[in-house]
Design a protein around this ligand. Structure first.
Ligand code: PEP
Length: 259
């Protein structure tokens, strides 16, 4: 771990605005009592919670940035049910998750739309967290490396250099997301190495490489200490302030030791 750790909580379609306020307040209390020193923290609530969560983060001056789980790459117009980058920006969103596997698989988000979305996000000056990862069948066919490399090339190939500092990548194997079966430290290391190698061809600098897939308070320390990672994208365990904070501190402690 050579850059500041980054941990993003993806709340998915959980927590109405009252529950979201409650979780943000709990997180605030824990972080005030036991602050993280080195770790950049982002939470990505559902769209409808962004304003209320953002107002608590501002009012309490919490060291937590606001993220969105998805965005439409178009600027405006006839896109019923969608939300644009400028709408998110007006709510104080600074980070956007792009191409989460649930969007790719369940909502037919193609590689082309992922690439267009990433460009819309970074052109507006927001940080894009590009998600890549293989399904179990792809891994069983021993094609996970070429599959993930192709996803990276498709999303990032030809991106103008001035936008490179706004890109982070989350390696999230589909078979580990929400299953309770995390990738092993060895599997994560192998894939973070592959991701870093492909990124070195595509981007200037060294973008943060995160892992996501059943990360929790118990496995975060081992994963971050024994894999070449810059942090995590966390789903289920970000819905409880205690477990999310434990993951933040695992990263914070690791960075303090390794840097
Ligand atoms: C995710 O949604 O990106 C994720 C990694 O979920 P979980 O931590 O629940 O596996």
């Amino acid at each position: 771990m050579s850059v500041r750790p980054l941990v993003i909580g993806n709340w998915k379609m959980n927590l109405d605005f009252v529950e979201a306020l409650h979780l943000t307040q709990q997180l605030g209390v824990l972080l005030k009592n036991h602050p993280v020193e080195h770790t950049d923290v982002v939470i990505a609530p559902p769209f409808v919670d962004l304003r209320s969560v953002g107002s608590i983060l501002d009012a309490e001056r919490l060291p937590v940035a606001l993220g969105a789980q998805h965005v439409n790459p178009q600027e405006n117009g006839a896109h019923t049910g969608e939300v644009s980058v400028s709408m998110l920006q007006r709510l104080g969103v600074e980070w956007v998750i792009v191409g989460h596997s649930e969007r790719r698989t369940n909502y037919a988000m193609s590689d082309e739309v992922v690439a267009a979305t990433l460009r819309a996000v970074v052109r507006a000056g927001l940080h894009a967290v590009l998600c890549v990862g293989e399904a179990l069948s792809v891994r069983e066919a021993d094609e996970h490396e070429s599959f993930v490399a192709a996803q990276l090339r498709s999303a990032l190939g030809g991106l103008e250099e001035r936008f490179h500092p706004l890109v982070s990548v989350a390696y999230e194997p589909l078979w580990a997301i929400g299953t309770g079966v995390n990738a092993t430290a060895e599997q994560v290391s192998q894939m973070s190495g592959l991701v870093r190698g492909v990124l070195a061809e595509l981007l200037a600098g060294a973008p943060p490489v995160l892992y996501g897939g059943s990360v929790n308070a118990e496995n975060a320390g081992t994963l971050v200490r024994s894999s070449d990672l810059d942090g995590f994208l966390v789903g289920g365990a970000s819905l409880k302030a205690e477990s999310f904070c434990a993951i933040l501190h695992a990263c914070d402690d690791c960075y303090a030791i390794k840097r």
